[in-house]
Design a protein around this ligand. Structure first.
Ligand code: MOS
Length: 747
């Protein structure tokens, strides 16, 4: 394929719509007669509802319904999101809130108040009183207190919860140099700018339309069809623009089903737009974790033993054991591995994917430990990593489809000026500020899922591609238009990419940094189908310059098919279609093709890599940490659009900094209340706290993925917190193994 558009830093196609306020987000769709729903949250973490007092709410002007479990229509249980399903449901939990008197977490929605206006609904909701019978046993709210109840789950995502190779504990004991530490990370909440919003209406008893801010249109459709016993095709889900998601919108949280239920009850469209506070309580976030990493090395720094074990939490109604150990399965060579994850159940909102789930917290532990080992060995931390580069994937025992970690460190070290660094901790200062530099590997899998794409090419030289994927601000619509433009040899202005509606061909959820490869692969296949159809039309005609042509001798360019080795020999699509009297041609394709998927998945380990470098300044008297410089270099294949990829990297590093220094969801261990459930108390990164972030990508194509690409959404979160912790150690001589790195831990 000739690339003219792919790689170019094209402005995002929807940029103008967004900055002029014309891009419609879920909450902004004007639907006539829409009523507003407000949810009342539980104030206990575990127990039963005894009674409601809803009289005052019902008498509030404008109120249309006050729905509790006593009068709510019955819904049907839904299957929990299961990543091993080809098309998982987006349901985060098996609990049907408002169809039970049981309270399973603090903040569980217990009542839906529907009114003519939002103010009326809020006023009425504030008047609802609920009495509870708490359980005799206290709520389970602390992961560490529940440690004795920890169990090894059946699976961690789709993988085994344990990997044992050789005898890691023995090798660790025998290793001449070793470190063995525990790293902990707190619960986190996502906080995308756009809240979780849903608008639902019914036509008759069995046609449901839902506008939803989601990363997974077909998963929402599946959940709602199960919940209301509808045929899947009778549920339409629309999600035109999503204002950030980061994993939180991969599940349809309870308000989605409740909006549809409320619309049924009042016989009108209903909107529920979660206030920020409700998002902390009703939208799952990242589990806390406690991880042990023990590394044993020989005197030359070659790893002999790698132990990565630990604990995460999930709720009583979901099983998502966040896969912190995956990074360790693929990053460094060692003859001996002991990897194991355990899980405890807490009375909390179901946890979920968040900003590089698994690797986000896993790299904090592993890459902090590598830095500690580098100091123990007195070897440069980059050199230590290079000495442990594996030939093949160390636990899967297959080659990497593509791996350029060394090149990431080489380029990053040069850009950052790493080799001027004096490794001695506490060796640099600027007045009261202690200065340090740290580095860490980044790592994230390059997975793919399923998508279908329909392509239509018209005689006027335009093409339309359709797939029910999502635009969460990542640039999908832009990069796939660039992809299709090159596949078809059209200018990008002539290509339109449509997404965001379940009436379009099916696509899997946009999470796990999988959309670029998955949708990109389907676009490629659909375009190939079109080109083959066009060639078949042309070869029939002796007068066509393509009469004798073979597909492999041709390329798409200049609005047509031309011989690769003869610049002018060929035919435009318009000429081919006009001769046939056709206005357009269509094709539809699925990615991955089944056989290819099986063979490739087995033959290679598909991973992305990177190197993070940062400088911090730590105030000696106050413990304040500022990140003053950042250089990140990422190895995630071909970059489809330099500008949108760069934005992804910048956003991800920013999230990594937030995770390292500021963010933490506080849980009141007495009752599960979240005292910092607001953006004034939960500190997300802000521009004033960030340095200039410099990011690069190697851009080396992966020979085994569509376009040579990998997703670029999450890799740059990984390793970021470790790079900061390592820099803080270098600055201060204090090793912080417990995130976030707040001033109190440094004083
Ligand atoms: Mo990403 S947390 O898998 O949306």
């Amino acid at each position: 394929m000739k690339t003219k558009e792919v790689g170019r830093p094209l402005d995002r196609i929807d940029g103008r719509l967004k900055v002029t306020g014309q891009a419609r987000y879920t909450a902004e769709f004007p639907v006539e007669q829409a009523a507003y729903g407000v949810l009342v949250r539980s104030t206990i973490a575990r127990g039963r509802i005894l009674a409601y007092d809803t009289k005052a709410a019902e008498q509030t002007p404008g109120v249309l319904a006050v729905i509790t479990h006593e009068n709510a229509p019955k819904r049907h249980p839904t299957k929990e999101f299961d990543p091993s399903d080809k098309e998982p449901s987006a349901s985060p939990t098996t609990i049907l809130v408002l169809n039970t008197d049981e309270v399973s977490w603090h903040g569980q929605p217990l009542v839906v108040v529907v009114a003519e206006t939002l103010d009326q609904a809020e006023e009425a909701a504030s008047l609802v009183r609920i009495s509870y019978a708490p359980t005799e046993e206290p709520a389970r709210l602390s992961m560490l207190d529940q440690k004795s109840e920890a169990f090894v789950p059946k699976k961690v995502l789709n993988e085994k919860p344990e990997v044992k190779q050789g005898n890691a504990e023995e090798a660790l004991a025998a290793a001449p140099v070793k470190i063995d530490h525990t790293y902990t990370t707190p619960p986190y909440n996502h906080n995308p700018i756009e809240a979780h919003n849903t608008l639902a209406y019914w036509e008759g008893d069995d046609q449901l339309t839902v506008y939803d801010s989601t990363q997974y249109i077909f998963g929402v459709r599946k959940m709602l069809s199960e919940m209301f016993a509808l045929k899947e095709e009778n549920v339409r889900v629309i999600s035109a623009f999503v204002g950030g998601a980061f994993g939180s919108k991969g599940r349809a949280w309870p308000h989605v089903g409740l909006t549809a239920m409320a619309a049924k009850v009042v016989g009108r469209p209903v909107k529920i737009d979660l206030p920020r506070k409700d998002m902390f309580y009703m939208v799952g976030g990242r589990t806390p974790s406690e991880q042990r990493v023990a590394l044993g090395a020989d005197a030359a720094g070659k790893l002999q033993a790698v132990v990565h074990t630990g604990l995460t939490a999930s709720s009583t109604s979901n099983t998502f054991a966040e896969h912190f150990s995956f990074v360790t399965r693929h990053l460094y060579a060692s003859p001996n591995f002991l990897i194991q994850q355990k899980l405890v159940r807490l009375d909390m909102v179901p946890n979920t994917f968040m900003r590089a789930p698994g690797e986000g917290i896993g790299t904090f532990a592993l890459e902090s430990a590598m830095d500690e080992l580098a100091y123990a060995l007195n070897i440069d931390p980059i050199e230590l990593r290079l000495r442990n580069e594996p030939e093949k994937d160390p636990t899967m025992h297959v080659p990497f489809s593509s791996r350029h970690l060394k090149e990431c460190f080489a380029l990053g070290a040069e850009k950052f000026g790493w080799h001027q660094r004096n490794p001695q901790p506490r060796s640099q200062r600027d007045g009261p500020w202690l200065i340090g530099q740290g580095t860490a590997s980044a790592f994230y899998p390059a997975n793919k899922r399923n998508a279908e794409v329909k392509a239509k090419l018209s005689v006027d030289g335009t093409a339309v591609l359709q797939s029910a994927t999502h635009e969460m601000g990542t640039g999908t619509a832009t990069v796939q238009a660039q992809n299709a433009a090159d596949q078809l040899g059209l200018p990008v202005e002539k290509v339109r990419f449509e997404y965001g509606d379940s009436l379009l061909p099916k696509a899997n959820g946009s999470y796990g940094s999988t959309t670029t490869i998955t949708v990109g692969g389907a676009v490629e296949l659909a375009c190939e189908d079109l080109k083959r159809q066009l060639l078949r039309l042309a070869v029939k005609h002796p007068s066509s310059p393509l009469h004798e042509a073979n597909y492999d001798d041709l390329e798409a360019r200049d609005n047509g098919l031309f011989y690769k080795d003869s610049p002018t020999k060929g035919e435009t699509y318009a000429a081919i279609l006009t001769r046939e009297g056709k206005n357009s041609l269509q094709a539809q394709a699925s990615f991955p093709p089944a056989l290819k998927e099986k063979l490739e998945e087995m033959a290679y380990s598909f991973q992305s890599f990177g190197a993070q470098f940062c400088e911090v300044r730590v105030h000696e008297d106050t413990g304040e940490v500022l990140v003053s410089r950042w250089v990140g270099v990422y190895d995630c294949g071909t970059i489809l659009n330099e500008k949108t990829a760069r934005s992804q990297f910048l956003g991800s590093v920013t999230m990594g900094i937030g995770m390292a220094l500021w963010e933490e969801t506080q849980w009141d261990l007495r009752d599960g209340r979240i005292p910092n459930a607001s953006l004034s108390e939960y500190h997300v990164p802000v521009a004033a706290g960030l340095p200039r972030i410099e990011v690069h990508s190697l851009g080396i194509p992966d020979p085994h993925t569509p376009l040579g690409a990998h997703g670029a959404g999450e890799i740059a979160v990984t390793g970021a917190a470790a790079a900061i912790a390592n820099a803080v150690y270098h600055a201060t001589g204090k090793r912080i193994r417990d995130l976030p790195i707040t001033p109190d831990k440094l004083l």
